[in-house]
Design a protein around this ligand. Structure first.
Ligand code: RIB
Ligand code: CA
Length: 313
């Protein structure tokens, strides 16, 4: 078996984040070294609790560090209409044990992991990229310890938070700008991928029967307001993990990508310049399509692999 890829997951659980974590945490191809939490779908206290709830559900002791409570510049914006007030409505998790949290901030925990790792680490961003931007600003020496950044964010077309802006980038466009201009190897899973990586009612029914994790995820899906289960729920964050596991499911194109910071109506818009209008070099590998049935098969396979301490998944 090839070596496991060391990764750090920055996340704002968040129902689709929870599913992405299920996909990652029981796969032998990935070595999840650290989970850092971000303000995004809900406030960082709740996203942190939700990360702990999930790890305790599975009985996993992956270290968790609390991230920034707000974007670099702008006021926080939350998505409780989509994920519920707690950020993970639909399943009654016990209150988490916060004593398990690392004492340091997300930035310092990332820094320590990157410096201690024998090999460069992949950073997986499933949330507004505030924590990663802060790391790059406070620890530029870590840049060569990062293998690449795989992020769910942006759109090559229209938005889901602003007319032209996707939520993760919309919430902290200055952070996204720092990452996009960093020179790091970047892989972007925009809305375009999630729009095709859908879970339908029949998929959710199959998921429920897989194991206890499937039953929990089915409960979350019943409350996820990604435009409603009947039309297919969008597995935005799951696309980032699916890319790490099976990149051949995705159609990728290198392109220059910039983010608008000053537009009165367009801040947070990602301009993916496939035709070279901006006259700048490509800086991102962008997913323009995904094998939808292959994604669904991978999703169910990964949920089926989930195990709880009691051993029944
Ligand atoms: O736009 C989708 C992204 O915003 C996903 O990461 C979802 O969890 C929310 O954070
Ligand atoms: Ca997310």
């Amino acid at each position: 078996m090839s070596a496991r890829t060391p990764i750090i997951i920055d996340t704002d659980p968040g129902i689709d984040d929870a599913i992405a974590l299920a996909m990652a945490l029981f796969d032998d191809r990935l070595d999840v070294r650290l989970i850092t939490t971000a303000a995004g779908n809900v406030d960082v206290a709740k996203t942190t609790d939700n990360a702990l709830k999930l790890l305790e559900f599975w009985g996993l002791d992956v270290p968790v560090a609390v991230g920034a409570a707000r974007p670099l510049v702008r006021e926080p914006q939350y998505e409780t209409a989509v994920h519920g007030v707690s950020g993970m409505e639909g399943y009654a998790f016990p209150a988490p044990d916060r004593s398990q949290l690392l004492p340091e901030t997300a930035v310092e925990a990332m820094h320590r992991q990157l410096q201690a790792s024998a090999e460069p680490v992949t950073i997986v961003c499933l949330a507004p990229m505030t924590n990663l931007a802060l790391l790059l600003r406070e620890h530029p020496e870590d840049q060569d310890r990062i293998a690449r950044v795989v992020f769910m964010g942006g759109s090559t077309q229209r938005g889901n938070k602003g007319v032209l802006s996707e939520f993760n980038v919309h919430a902290d466009p200055e952070a996204a700008d720092i990452v996009l201009r960093s020179g790091l190897p970047l892989v972007m899973l925009p809305l375009d991928a999630g729009w095709r990586a859908l879970v339908y009612p029949e998929d959710s029914a199959r998921i429920r029967e897989l194991n206890e994790t499937g039953a929990m995820i089915h409960g979350l899906l019943s409350r996820y307001r990604g435009i409603g289960l009947r039309n297919g729920l969008k597995m935005y964050d799951g696309c980032a993990i699916a890319y790490l596991l099976e990149p051949n499911l995705f159609t990728m194109q290198e392109a220059p990508v910039v983010v608008e910071l000053d537009g009165k109506y367009t801040s947070g818009a990602t301009l993916v310049d496939f035709r070279g209008y901006l006259g700048i070099d490509a800086n991102v590998s962008v997913a323009t399509d995904v094998d939808a049935s292959g994604f669904t098969e991978l999703l169910l396979n990964r949920i089926d692999a989930c195990r709880r301490e009691s051993g029944v998944g």
